[in-house]
Design a binder for this molecule. Structure first.
Ligand SMILES: *[C@@H]1O[C@H](CO)[C@@H](O)[C@H](O)[C@H]1NC(C)=O
Length: 231
């Protein structure tokens, strides 16, 4: 009887807490919120202009379609200048064996020298075949990690070799990479490349957008006369 009473009062207490604090659910979820917005700002982050058109791109460093999407995107960024900003989020696809480690390398390098982040994206894109599943299938995890550390060091400079290596044992860089993945999931990303413009998704996830495709999307937005025409 006493035991039953204890259980009953415990359940009652829980019910009361849930009624009084309906937001307690959100407190748990808030623990997933990172201290800083995910992703890498293209150009100088200090010059990031919140009034500009924001492109968010989700790329996997070892995905061929992400690689093919980068040159035309870079070209349109240079065309529009300060009118358009870009944030790239790493999105490691689970069926690419080295996607998480290479995405983590980007977070490691971003901490060491943020200006080296985009050059490293480009190095990965240029030589991503070295990290395809088939190329690394007979290597151990440690061999692959050494391979990635060597590769990254070549891109960012030999002075960083030990920092790059120790970055892979730093739990913080693991968590940052998980945040990138979870952020993509929270936006409904399921393939790469995936693009959002001012928060709205572009169709055809998984296909690169070419130069003319970008012009069709961005041109109407930069001409202020037509700003609200479609609303
Ligand atoms: C940081 O990276 C940029 C771009 O690769 C390079 O020009 C610069 O020298 C690097 N800075 C340091 C301190 O290594």
């Amino acid at each position: 009887m006493r035991v039953q009473f204890t259980i009953l009062s415990f359940l009652l207490l829980n019910l009361i807490i849930t009624i009084i604090h309906p937001q307690s659910k959100w407190i748990v979820q808030a623990q997933l919120i990172p201290a800083k917005f995910d992703g890498f700002v293209y150009g100088n982050p200090k010059k990031f202009n919140p009034e500009s058109i924001l492109i968010e791109a989700f790329f996997d460093p070892v995905c061929p379609d992400s690689r093919d999407a980068w040159p035309p995107l870079k070209q349109v960024l240079h065309l529009y200048g300060s009118k358009v900003s870009l944030v790239v989020h790493p999105f490691p696809l689970p069926y690419h064996d080295n996607a998480f480690a290479t995405s983590r390398a980007l977070h490691i390098v971003n901490e060491l020298n943020s200006s080296a982040t985009y050059p490293l994206w480009e190095s990965f894109f240029k030589d991503q075949n070295k990290f395809y599943n088939s190329e690394t299938s007979s290597m151990t995890r440690n061999e692959i990690l050494d391979h990635i550390v060597d590769f990254v060091t070549k891109s960012v400079g030999h002075a960083y070799q030990s920092d790059v290596k120790s970055g892979f044992s730093d739990r913080k860089t693991d968590l940052k990479t998980r945040v990138s993945f979870k952020y993509g999931c929270s936006r409904g990303v399921y393939g790469t490349p995936a693009f959002f413009v001012n928060g709205f998704p572009l169709p055809d996830v998984g296909s690169p957008v070419d130069y003319n495709g970008w012009r069709k999307v961005i041109d109407p937005l930069v001409s202020s006369k037509r700003e609200y025409e479609y609303m």
